[in-house]
Write a protein that binds this ligand. Structure first.
Ligand code: NAP
Length: 278
């Protein structure tokens, strides 16, 4: 039997429908400010999706664009202004940033109470201490999708390929908090396949199409593909979907898997930020 699809698109719709019902009882519309530097085509698409989702589900989104050569001081000043604004509940900076801008020095300026991407060191620390406030959207979306499909995490061996600050690391912490046994792999990992093949839950967040082959997957594993790369104009994940689907019990498609969940969790975090402030 081919694996059951973990259709993030459908789960995200459900989350957002529930969220919009809850929104109708709020006095104001929660506000999300999105800072974007430059016009990287992929970033433009991601920002547009976030703005459209906000408009559709009843949040107020404001995109603030800057040219590629913007200084760090200008960005920090804008964030400070947004921190002080009553009508802004969440602030995010679309990544990646140009190399001359120090991401850490920018993220640290965002008020932890408005850090709906969950990248501020305080929020990362709170997640690590198992007292989270805002959890980054992609890890949170993955957990939500597993719960929605009644896939147990406790006691399972989760193998994560990729250790970025936005996906791999916070996901490892989140799954550990939910009692998984977690292995994190990266570009220096030796014998990657010998680790992935042990996974009850295998998550790949690398951005290399075809990295995860069927031989690297345990029979009946749950396979989550975070990777998104453009190949010949089409979006592709890290996983050899057609072959791995024959072996896994559950698998996420790309597109329509993790991506929509990430956007939904950003919106959920923004509504949570509003509620915390009012
Ligand atoms: P990133 O910062 O570039 O991190 C990639 C990670 O993959 C790094 O930890 C790197 O190891 C590791 N890696 C690279 N080559 C490897 C290999 N051959 N074997 C094992 N590990 C390897 O990327 P990211 O921001 O986490 O994003 C990863 C992918 O997910 C991208 O395709 C991105 O577009 C996608 N993404 C999707 C969503 C979504 O919502 N669908 C959200 C975020 C990201 P080192 O640390 O050693 O360099």
């Amino acid at each position: 039997m081919p694996a059951e699809l973990l259709e993030g698109k459908i789960v995200a719709e459900k989350v957002l429908r529930e969220l919009s019902t809850a929104l109708s009882s709020l006095v104001q519309r929660p506000g999300l400010a999105i800072i974007q530097v430059g016009e990287d085509p992929a970033s433009l698409i991601y920002v547009r999706k976030k703005v459209e989702a906000c408009a559709r589900w009843g949040l107020k989104a404001e995109r603030i664009g800057f040219p590629l050569d913007v200084t760090i001081r200008t960005l920090q000043a804008k964030i400070e202004e947004l921190n002080a604004r009553e009508d802004v509940d969440g602030i995010i900076v679309q990544l990646p940033l140009p190399l001359h801008l120090d991401v850490e020095a920018i993220v640290r300026v965002i008020s932890p109470d408005k850090d709906v991407d969950g990248f501020h060191p305080l929020n990362i620390g709170l997640l690590t201490r198992k007292t989270p406030r805002f959890i980054p959207g992609t890890p949170l979306g993955i957990l939500h999708m597993l719960k929605h499909h009644h896939i147990p995490v406790a006691g399972k061996h989760a193998v994560i390929v990729g250790r970025s600050n936005i996906v791999g690391r916070p996901l490892a912490q989140l799954l550990l908090n939910h009692d998984a046994t977690v292995t994190v792999c990266h570009s220096k990992t030796k014998e990657l396949a010998s680790l992935t093949v042990q996974a009850d839950i295998l998550i790949s967040a690398v951005g290399k199409p075809g990295l995860i082959t069927s031989a690297m997957v345990k029979q009946d594993a749950v396979v989550i593909d975070v990777g998104t790369s453009r190949v010949d104009g089409k979006l592709r994940g890290d996983v050899d979907f057609e072959e791995v689907r024959k072996k896994a019990s559950f698998i996420t498609p790309v597109p329509g898997g993790v991506g929509p969940m990430t956007v939904a969790m950003l919106m959920k975090n923004t509504v949570d930020a509003y509620r915390r402030r009012h």
